[in-house]
Design a protein around this ligand. Structure first.
Ligand code: GUN
Length: 290
C-alpha cells in the first residue's frame, strides 16, 4: 500500500484563495487593507529565507507587507520601542518578531513576544492567545498547528473520535496542536523526550503529528497501518537537503496519508500567517475586547 500524499502547495493555494476573498471583504466593508510587519534581528540565514518568503507571499496576496530589519547588536529596549510603535500604528494589523533572537537578547524572548498587542499577535504566541485557545475562545492561533487542522479539514480527514498522538510539547506546535485536536473531539496524547515505550503509544494513533525536530525520527514500526501522518519537522541535513521528522520513504508504505517535507506543512504555515493577519484585521475592526 502506498500512502495518499497530502500536497501542502495544493491546500495552501486553497487557504490563500479563502484569505484573498476575506481581504476583498475587509476592503469593501471597512476600507481596510490588512498590514503585516515582520521584525527580524540579525543575519541568521534560515530566518532571512523564512522572512523573505513571508514578505513575498504577503505582497502577492495584496497584504500591506513590511519587514523591519534590525542589526544583530540591537538592545532589548530598542526592540521593545519598535514593537510599542507598531502596537500603536492603525495600519499594522499583524506583528511578528522572527525567532530565534540573537544570543545576547534571547533571554528576553518571552518579554519581547509578550509586549506585542495580543490583537496583533499573528504568531498566536502571546499568553492571552494561548489561554484563549486552551479555553476554547476566539483568538489568534499559532500558524503551524492551525495549518495542520485546516489541512485535515480540506482533505476531508475526520478527526472526531479518532486517536491522535502528538510527538513534541513545544508552545509553538505541540501544545496548541493538542488543544486544537481536543476541541475537534479527538482523543489526544502528547508524547515527548521522556515518554516511555514511545512506539507503543504512537502505534495507537489514527492521526500522528511529528513535531520533534529530529530528522527521520518516526520509522514504520511506530506507525499504525493506514494512519494519517503530519510531519511538522524542517531539518537541514548537509548543505542543502531538508528532511522532516518522519522517514518519509519508509513510512509512506505503511501510512494511509502523509505530508512530505518539503512541500507539506511548511507551505501551509505561511498561508496561515496571511490568514491570521486578515483575522487580526477583522478582530481590530470589530474592536474585540481582549
Ligand atoms: N521562526 C521559525 N518559525 C517561526 C514562526 O512561526 N514564528 C516566528 N516568530 N519565528 C519563527
Amino acid at each position: 500500500m502506498s500512502a495518499r500524499i497530502l500536497d501542502g502547495k495544493f491546500y495552501a493555494s486553497k487557504i490563500k484563495e479563502e484569505t484573498k476573498a476575506a481581504i476583498a471583504n475587509l476592503q469593501h466593508n471597512y476600507g481596510v487593507t490588512p498590514g503585516l510587519t515582520v521584525v527580524i534581528v540579525g543575519e541568521d540565514p534560515a530566518s532571512q529565507i523564512y522572512v523573505a518568503n513571508k514578505h513575498k507571499t504577503g505582497l502577492e496576496m495584496g497584504i500591506g507587507s513590511e519587514v523591519i530589519r534590525l542589526p544583530e547588536a540591537v538592545g532589548k529596549e530598542e526592540l521593545l520601542a519598535v514593537i510599542a510603535r507598531l502596537n500603536q500604528d492603525v495600519n499594522v494589523h499583524g506583528i511578528l518578531v522572527q525567532l530565534p533572537l540573537p544570543q545576547h537578547i534571547k533571554q528576553y524572548e518571552t518579554e519581547i513576544v509578550n509586549s506585542i498587542d495580543p490583537l496583533k499577535d499573528v504568531d498566536g504566541f502571546h499568553p492571552v492567545n494561548a489561554g484563549k485557545l486552551a479555553i476554547g475562545e476566539e483568538g489568534l492561533v499559532p500558524c503551524t498547528p492551525n495549518g495542520c487542522i485546516r489541512l485535515l479539514e480540506l482533505a476531508d480527514i475526520p478527526v472526531e473520535g479518532k486517536r491522535a498522538v502528538v510527538i513534541g510539547r513545544s508552545n509553538i506546535v505541540g501544545k496548541p496542536m493538542f488543544h486544537l485536536l481536543l476541541a475537534r473531539h479527538a482523543t489526544v496524547t502528547v508524547c515527548h523526550s521522556r515518554t516511555q515505550n514511545l512506539a507503543e503509544v504512537t502505534r495507537e494513533a489514527d492521526i500522528l503529528v511529528a513535531a520533534i525536530g529530529k530528522p527521520k525520527f518516526v520509522t514504520p514500526e511506530m506507525v499504525k497501518p493506514g494512519a494519517v501522518i503530519l510531519d511538522v519537522g524542517i531539518n537541514r541535513v548537509g548543505e542543502r537537503k531538508i528532511v522532516g521528522d518522519v522517514d518519509f520513504e519508509a513510512v509512506q508504505d505503511v501510512a494511509g496519508a502523509i505530508t512530505p517535507v518539503p512541500g507539506g506543512v511548511g507551505v501551509l504555515t505561511i498561508a496561515m500567517l496571511m490568514h491570521n493577519t486578515v483575522r487580526a484585521a477583522q478582530l481590530q475592526q470589530k474592536k474585540m475586547i481582549y
